[in-house]
Design a protein around this ligand. Structure first.
Ligand code: GLN
Length: 551
């Protein structure tokens, strides 16, 4: 058994937020993983919320769900996808979590009369959490991404904890600072914001070992030299983090910049192997020539049909579609359809040119009638449909109303209804608190043999991640199934998957398969959906041909 002393790589951000620090950190992790190391990641979010569960995806991007039910920042999804690992709620450290532990300890009298302070009590708790998580699962390298920007009041205790960690882990800790070099209209790359943010770090007792500079075009040698000179790092440690058309290309770019070589040398690491799978993946992605067009009908989309709005609100779905697209050799082109448009306009007008329709997870009544109009259109016109969580609940309601004739059928989430086909899970009835109280994380499901679900997964026992309060009301299963809907995946009394036999592809699930999709290992329902869209595209092309011939 090899024993490698644990190394920490701390990634901080300067100048402004939204620089892609998470992707940079995940890429660094992937590059070291390519060299044979076991890598894990911790995301620090300096907000007071305990977790991301109650945060609006509209403001913060999607809430990512982990196997243990942790509702966390979407960066953890990037870590899981880039590093092919499974994280836990403890891998996301927030101010809320740190303070609540310290306050509980104080109430138990564990501080023995001392004044409880940010230094050392809060910083000790931060370090305790980091050490505890990084040591589990045999990791050899632990990335620590400090959310926010250096200089924010919120992140001060975390940066102070990093300063202490630097001292305590001396030699085994490496600091990467991600900044921005804005470009003037005449193409000059400006270094002052980077200089200022490094100065700010120094005031906190920190000095970056490497600076990754985000910029529109590759960093010029003179820009690198200037940053190296003013920020006191060797020129090889100034890395160009120029824009890339796809995040999966970022590791390759950083590698070409010499990042891996530099970090490994600085941390006395040697290549244990040379994994090529990430390179192969990018190559396969580049080789995809075909496209399929699909509608993602959501509530968070702004305006009618935009090309790429709210991309973070549905990040894992986009990623899962990409994984499936690489595998199927046809990339889904997503049109974001505002559900409310489908309440005003004829679904035919909005949806006729798509090879598939997807309704993702969601909450609350706004936009639901529009989503159900889309689902009805997919069901009646034989267009491939993938429903996720809310997208399954609404498909059940639509079927109850329009096929079973249950007028006014609905979910109790939206108020009183004569036919509550979707109702609160029994375990939810006593729940009063909002945070972390849904049915969350991994649960198994049993698939019926010979169904679409069984074919898609190729097995009868699956495990997927969940995040919901409502479920299909068992009292309505019989009537729904009598009229042609099939619950092909179940967990006891809980309906996990529905499908409509005879339809080219109508598959909806109560769980979120997108959270377990990985580059190179696409989620089975997503892959099947993309394959079904390919078939639909051929059918559409066929029918246009026939029309042209008969004209
Ligand atoms: N609002 C629904 C529920 O709570 C669906 C949730 C979701 O789509 N994640 O059950």
């Amino acid at each position: 058994m090899r024993v490698i002393c644990l190394r920490y790589i701390v990634v901080t951000g300067g100048v402004m937020s939204g620089l892609g620090k998470g992707i940079t950190a995940a890429s660094i992790g992937r590059l070291l993983m390519n060299k044979g190391y076991r890598v894990t990641a911790i995301k620090i979010d300096p907000y007071i919320n305990i977790d991301a569960g109650l945060m609006s995806p509209f403001q913060h991007g999607e809430v990512y769900v982990l196997k243990d039910g942790g509702e966390v920042d979407l960066d953890l999804g990037n870590y899981e996808r880039f590093l092919d690992i499974e994280l836990t709620r403890d891998h996301n450290i927030t101010t809320g979590k740190v303070y609540s532990t310290v306050i509980e300890k104080e109430r138990r009298g564990e501080y023995l009369g001392k004044t409880v302070q940010i230094i050392p009590h809060i910083t000790d708790e931060i370090k305790r959490r980091i050490r505890q998580v990084s040591r589990t699962g045999g990791s050899e390298i632990c990335l620590i991404e400090v959310g926010g920007t250096v200089g924010d009041i919120e992140s001060m205790p975390f940066l102070e904890a990093m300063r202490q960690l630097k001292y305590e882990e001396s030699g085994n800790i490496f600091f990467v600072h991600v900044t921005l070099a804005p470009m003037t209209s005449d193409g000059e790359q400006k270094t002052k914001p980077t200089q200022h943010s490094v100065k700010e770090m120094r005031e906190l007792g920190l000095q970056p070992d490497m600076i990754v500079v985000r910029c529109k075009k590759p960093l010029l040698p003179e820009t690198k030299a200037k940053i190296a000179h003013f920020c006191d790092v060797p020129i090889e440690a100034v890395i160009s983090g120029h824009d890339s058309d796809d995040i999966y290309r970022v590791p390759l770019q950083l590698e070409a910049e010499g990042l891996t070589r530099y970090i490994m040398k600085a941390m006395r690491l040697f290549p244990l192997e040379e994994r090529r799978d990430w390179y192969d993946l990018v190559q396969r992605m580049d080789a995809v020539r075909e496209k399929v067009s699909m509608a993602l009908v959501g509530k968070y989309t702004s305006g009618s049909q935009c090309t790429d709005p709210m991309k973070d609100a549905y990040l894992s779905i986009r990623e899962a579609l990409k994984h499936a697209g690489i595998e199927a050799g046809a990339m889904p082109e997503i049109s974001w359809i505002d559900a409310e448009d489908l309440e005003r306009l004829q679904p035919e007008r909005v949806l006729k040119d798509f090879d598939g329709i997807l309704v993702p997870g969601g909450f609350g009544v706004r936009g639901t009638e529009g989503k159900m109009n889309a689902i009805r259109y997919a069901r009646e016109k034989g267009i491939p449909y993938l429903g996720i969580c809310f997208g399954m609940q609404l498909a059940v309601i639509e079927f109850a109303r329009n096929v079973c004739g249950l007028e006014g059928a609905s979910s109790t989430e939206f108020g009183e209804t004569p036919h509550p086909v979707i109702a609160l899970l029994p375990e939810q009835e006593k729940v009063r608190q909002m945070g972390a109280t849904m049915r969350l994380g991994n649960y198994p499901a049993h698939l019926l043999e010979g169904t679409l679900a069984h074919r898609i997964y190729g097995t009868t026992e699956i495990v997927e991640r969940h995040r919901h309060r409502y479920e299909v009301n068992p009292a309505y299963i019989e009537i729904l199934e009598k009229r042609g809907l099939l619950f092909s995946g179940r967990n006891g009394d809980l309906m996990e998957i529905m499908e409509i036999p005879g339809h080219p592809f109508f598959f909806a699930c109560q769980f979120h398969p997108e959270m377990r999709s990985r580059p190179g290992r696409p989620s089975p329902p997503f892959l099947a959906f993309v394959e079904a869209m390919k078939a639909q595209r051929l059918r559409r092309a066929g029918s246009t041909c026939t029309l042209e011939l008969t004209a």
